[in-house]
Design a protein around this ligand. Structure first.
Ligand code: SAH
Length: 244
């Protein structure tokens, strides 16, 4: 990582009230692995050092706003891609365990390699679909937190994520700006699958100022056995949501 990159990471995380000094070598190593992997396979659209630092590392860490992730328990990252937000969170919170989930094997292969290279024993990557996990007794109602960044519209996320949570658990969803229509559908969908939207936190990304929203949903009741519906259906026929 160049001195300029390091300065950006320090500035961005300081704006979030986080101290990353002790973790600079880990972030530098992750940056190197991403740049190297991106030169072989198209793993993420972000290519420059500054983009990766601000739009992957700092952006991932914005889900620590509000203290919904308390550094303990089991956290599933639904649709982790190349490991975001799971890998930056796992660096910052060694006391929590992270399960980065993605249906695309080559992405999980990268995440596994990165977790090994960075010596992150608290990361257990998994290839699979959220719909399948949500019906599997080994995963249904097993997680304390589900995080997800840039994966799907809120009503779809509600159906995919809430079945995986223990009662009382939280979904922390990272999105760009969200419309009133999407939020309304998301609230209704959350209610349908045993959850409730408890917080909508609009803010701007440190340094760059891009609009972001954190949406928190809590599991307040049991998820009916018919949810999640089979693979692909939550996306094709989102609950209470037609305006796409
Ligand atoms: N969270 C990452 C990747 C976002 S792209 C980031 O912010 O950079 C969305 C990812 O979600 C893709 O990699 C896709 O394969 C995965 N995905 C979408 N629906 C999924 C599902 N139902 N189960 C598992 N993974 C899913």
């Amino acid at each position: 990582m160049t001195p300029e990159g390091e300065a950006l990471l320090l500035q961005g995380t300081a704006e979030l009230g986080l101290t990353v000094e002790d973790h600079l070598p880990a972030f530098a190593h992750l940056l190197e692995l991403l740049v190297e992997a991106n030169s072989r396979v198209n793993l993420t659209a972000l290519k420059t050092e500054a983009e990766i630092i601000l739009k992957h590392f700092v952006d991932s860490l914005t889900c620590l706003r509000g203290g919904h992730l308390n550094g303990e328990g089991q956290v599933l990252d639904l649709g982790t891609g190349a490991g975001f937000p799971a890998l930056p969170l796992a660096i910052m919170q060694p006391g929590a365990t992270f399960t980065p989930l993605d249906s695309i094997r080559k992405k999980i292969d990268f995440v596994r390699g990165a977790a090994d290279a960075l010596n992150l024993p608290n990361v257990t990557p998994l290839v699979g679909r959220a719909e399948t996990l949500g019906r599997d007794p080994e995963h249904r109602e097993r997680y304390d937190r589900v995080v997800c960044r840039a994966v799907a519209a809120l009503p779809i996320l509600a159906e995919l994520a809430l079945p995986l949570l223990r009662p009382g658990g939280l979904v922390v969803a990272q999105k760009g700006p969200i419309s009133e229509e999407e939020l309304r559908a998301g609230r209704r969908a959350a209610g349908e699958v045993g959850g409730r939207v408890t917080e909508v936190d609009a803010f701007t990304l440190p340094v760059l100022g891009d609009a972001r929203t954190l949406i928190v949903m809590q599991k307040v009741g049991a998820t009916p056995g018919k949810y999640p519906r089979r693979e692909g259906v939550p996306n094709q026929q989102p609950l209470f949501w037609t305006a796409r």
